[in-house]
Design a protein around this ligand. Structure first.
Ligand SMILES: Cc1cc2nc3c(=O)[nH]c(=O)nc-3n(C[C@H](O)[C@H](O)[C@H](O)COP(=O)(O)O)c2cc1C
Length: 200
């Protein structure tokens, strides 16, 4: 495997649905590979409201919510303000990037190539380097501006994958819904691991 082909970028922003991100990280910790983690400070603001848990360590929050993480994956924390980090350069190799959840603000910034923080810059680089970029927005209802930005991103090569789990696998609880989304995201990021049984 080419250098960097087992390395990913995982970014989290201040949209609702922080548990989707924490459950995704919990599953990711059981997959071989390495990820650069980038968190917008707004993610932790929303996490405080939704989980009633304070803290700014994504992995600790994931473990508090879903139990001990696996040891198969290596995580590197990256400063959201450091636009000189590895993920900001097109010369670094990554297999894919996900923004989960993706706020409408970050979605707009990525759609317009603003690159004003490391998440936006890494997403911009993913698009220019033609690497898979998966954006998982959460908002409702959607304005014409939101929809236009999603169309712009899709046309630029990103995969817009809203946090809209299916119900045909008969979820019994919220975790089943998080797992559904993790499974779909894994497929688009290039993981062979499955989290839910494929439909047959
Ligand atoms: C409790 C809470 C929930 C929020 N939920 C959403 C949401 O679901 N979708 C969204 O686009 N923005 C949401 N926001 C607003 C974003 O956090 C805000 O636009 C912020 O500027 C996003 O910045 P970031 O993308 O850099 O994290 C929420 C804010 C708070 C405080």
């Amino acid at each position: 495997m080419r250098h960097g082909m087992n390395r990913y970028i995982v970014a989290v922003t201040g949209a609702s649905g922080v548990e989707y991100a924490l459950r995704f990280l919990w599953h990711l910790s059981h997959c071989e590979g390495a990820s650069d983690l980038i968190a917008s400070p707004n993610f932790f603001r929303v996490a405080e409201t939704e989980l009633m848990l304070a803290g700014d360590n994504l992995l600790d929050l994931a473990a508090k919510k879903f139990g001990a993480l696996g040891e198969a994956h290596q995580f590197a924390f990256c400063d959201y303000r450091n636009i000189g980090a590895r993920a900001a350069s097109g010369s670094a190799s990554y297999r894919s990037m996900v923004v989960l959840p993706c706020s409408m603000k970050s979605l707009a910034a990525i759609a317009h190539g603003l690159s004003s923080n490391l998440i936006e810059r890494a997403a911009d680089v993913s698009l220019k380097e033609r690497r898979p970029l998966i954006l998982c927005p959460r908002e409702t209802p959607l304005s014409a501006i939101h929809l236009q930005n999603m169309l712009t991103l899709t046309r630029a090569g990103a995969t817009v994958m809203p946090l809209m789990p299916g119900y045909y696998h008969r979820p019994q609880n919220l975790v089943d819904l998080y797992d559904f989304m993790t499974d779909r995201i894994f497929q688009h990021m290039g993981f062979s691991e499955r989290v839910v049984k494929p439909w047959s």
